[in-house]
Design a binder for this molecule. Structure first.
Ligand SMILES: NC(=O)c1ccc[n+]([C@@H]2O[C@H](COP(=O)([O-])OP(=O)(O)OC[C@H]3O[C@@H](n4cnc5c(N)ncnc54)[C@H](OP(=O)(O)O)[C@@H]3O)[C@@H](O)[C@H]2O)c1
Length: 312
């Protein structure tokens, strides 16, 4: 049996482009949704053309033309959505539901990987406002998928390294701080940091793998389970320079939400759950759940010392 045909929706996005590349690299016939709405966005056009050069097929379809979506889905066996985070553009919830509807109507999809790639929303019923919108909306999409009886895999990516490791988990910057670093609480709560390319590799590995069907797949490889202090130490070792550590109490951290815009408040909530509460690691991977490095030991995932070298 040949490899399944994979359609990536949101293929020019931050994680989507890596998923397209991984799909091509792993030998899947790869299709990328080409939305007319991208209009004159030359970067997206160039990216789509570069996918095409590498052998991807571009499928034209629009979220404002439901039938075009159904037709696109009918070309493939597997759909991966990498559409943007719902909390930044909340109309995206409706679009993701529309995609689920199109997959249901097409009736031929044997595996759907919705746009998850974060914290497991099923474990975040207690999450703080307003950040909980991310989890609540992902749960709405899951409910629609499961009610439509679409076979699924939910990929839990944990912390994208460029967003959480490069900055030593500081909010509001994407490069390592140079002198001082805020440490959340005692800094010993374990998080999980993942190179985005490895997330894409694991996502495509999960395609056609019956062990991931109707399951949640966590990327939680042992060497990347690190506390914030351990991450900072890795950076200090690379630079040979100690940073001044400023411990931020839970109360002060939560109070920093005041006066922030919506996106900032969502960010504080997510950071709180990750770095104070330990929501990425304070549970065992259980029934109907798998861990990616365990299923795919052949993948040489990027360790954070290596990841950080480019920031030197
Ligand atoms: N774990 C983490 O640290 C982390 C960090 C960031 C994001 N995430 C998660 O990763 C997933 C993808 O996020 P991302 O940052 O990669 O997304 P992104 O780059 O912001 O956007 C991805 C794609 O969404 C599509 N899109 C946006 N607006 C649209 C619209 N109005 N109609 C149709 N399509 C639209 C676009 O697809 P086209 O290619 O068609 O233009 C875009 O390229 C989300 O679920 C997010 O929660 C996780």
């Amino acid at each position: 049996m040949g490899k399944s045909k994979v359609l990536v929706v949101g293929g020019t996005g931050y994680i989507g482009r890596r998923i397209v590349e991984a799909s091509l690299k792993q030998g899947h016939p790869t299709y990328v949704l080409q939305r007319p709405e991208i209009g004159l966005d030359m970067d997206k056009i160039q990216l789509l053309l570069s996918f095409k050069k590498q052998g991807a097929h571009l499928l034209r379809a629009s979220f404002s033309d439901y039938h075009s979506l159904v037709d696109a889905v009918k070309h493939v066996d597997v759909v991966i959505s990498a559409m943007s985070g719902v909390h930044f553009r909340s109309h995206n919830l409706l679009l993701q539901l529309k995609l689920v509807e199109a997959i249901k109507e097409a009736g031929n999809i044997k595996q759907f990987l919705p746009s998850e790639f974060g914290i497991n929303p099923a474990r975040m019923g207690h999450a703080l406002e307003p950040g909980r919108v991310t989890f609540d909306e992902k749960m709405v999409v899951r409910k629609a998928i499961e009610e439509a009886k679409i076979p699924f895999t939910y990929v839990i990516a944990n912390c994208f390294a460029a967003y959480f490791a490069a900055n030593l988990s500081q909010m509001g910057i994407l490069f390592p701080p140079t002198d001082t670093v805020n440490i959340y609480g005692d800094g010993n709560v374990k998080a999980v940091y993942m190179d985005e390319n490895d997330i894409a590799t694991y996502t495509i590995k999960a395609v056609d793998d019956p062990r991931t069907l109707n399951k949640t797949l966590y990327a939680r490889p042992p060497d990347n389970i690190l506390s914030q202090r351990e991450l900072v130490q890795k950076w200090e070792k690379l630079t040979g320079k100690q940073l001044q550590k400023i411990s931020v109490s839970e109360q002060d951290f939560l109070a920093s939400m005041k006066g922030m815009d919506f996106v900032g408040q969502v960010g504080v909530g997510h950071f709180y759950h990750i770095f104070y509460e330990g929501c990425l690691t304070n549970f065992e991977i259980g029934e109907n759940e798998e861990e990616a490095s365990n299923l795919y030991p052949e993948v040489k995932y990027t360790r954070m010392d290596d990841f950080l070298k480019v920031y030197l």
